[in-house]
Design a protein around this ligand. Structure first.
Ligand code: SAH
Length: 240
């Protein structure tokens, strides 16, 4: 997913910001950088600010127009600090991450404006979505590379969330009958260790069931829980 996202910088004035952008991208796992009419590139200041991410700079593509930069993109998101009169669909930075995570295989671009003027309305019209990073309403203009860092971070978080969810979905959940046997076993053991008292045993068991239901217990986990209960029983039987 992250390798399919292009970061496009338009008419960047300070080469240091290009280097800092490369660094911001690489730390979050992105590598496709496209520069539209940069004022100074390549430049030693860009390489210095890229730190260990100069491979991103070396692979960067330089284009003469935004149209050229967006060839092959299936979705385009424009970033802007200013509210526009006729915005495209407006997203916040977290929503950008989620939206991109939903389309892991499609190629897309996130476009950033120049330090001095930002994105023009004409450039924003190339974008399907607009994103504004929620900032202090009285001072909201982030440094260009900081804005890139925040958007890339949100994409990374959403990507990781997605991977974790997939892994979790792959792990089979405990079956209903296994959970019923577990609850029966648990109740028996709780009586044996004198934890349950007559007047509140029913309520306590209901609360425990609610707790385990919330946890969405996996098959392997219910086996461990049953193992623990069996170990408690054997210790009780031995009287140790
Ligand atoms: N002076 C410009 C701001 C330039 S900041 C203006 O008034 O528009 C450089 C770039 O960083 C912007 O073009 C935008 O791409 C990005 N950026 C800065 N702050 C942002 C924010 N709060 N939300 C989204 N993008 C932001």
């Amino acid at each position: 997913m992250l390798e399919n996202v292009k970061i496009v910088l338009i008419e960047t004035s300070h080469p240091g910001n290009i280097g800092a952008t490369a660094r911001a991208m690489k730390t979050m796992g992105l590598s496709q950088l496209t520069l539209v009419k940069p004022k100074l590139f390549p430049d030693p200041e860009a390489s210095a600010r890229a730190s260990g991410a100069d491979d991103v700079l070396q692979q960067a593509t330089v284009c003469g127009s935004l149209d050229e930069a967006l060839v092959g993109c299936e979705w385009v998101i424009g970033t802007s600090v200013r509210d526009r009169e006729l915005p495209a669909l407006l997203l916040d930075s977290r929503e950008v991450g989620r939206m991109v995570a939903k389309r892991p295989l499609s190629l897309g671009a996130i476009v950033f404006g120049s330090e001095r003027v930002g994105l023009t309305n004409e450039q924003l019209h190339h974008c399907h979505y607009h994103v504004k990073i929620p900032v202090n309403p009285v001072y909201g203009s982030l440094n260009l590379a900081s804005a890139v860092q925040i958007i890339c971070y949100e994409m990374r978080m959403a990507h990781m969330e997605r991977l974790e969810k997939e892994q979790h979905e792959y792990e089979p959940l405990a079956k209903n009958e296994d959970m019923s046997q577990f609850y029966e076993h648990l109740e028996n053991v709780l009586w044996q260790v004198d934890f349950l008292k007559k007047h509140q045993s029913h309520k306590s068991m209901l609360r425990l069931k609610r707790l385990f239901n919330r946890a969405q217990v996996e098959q392997r986990e219910v086996n461990i829980l049953r193992g623990i209960l069996t170990a408690v029983e054997s210790t009780l039987e031995r009287g140790t």
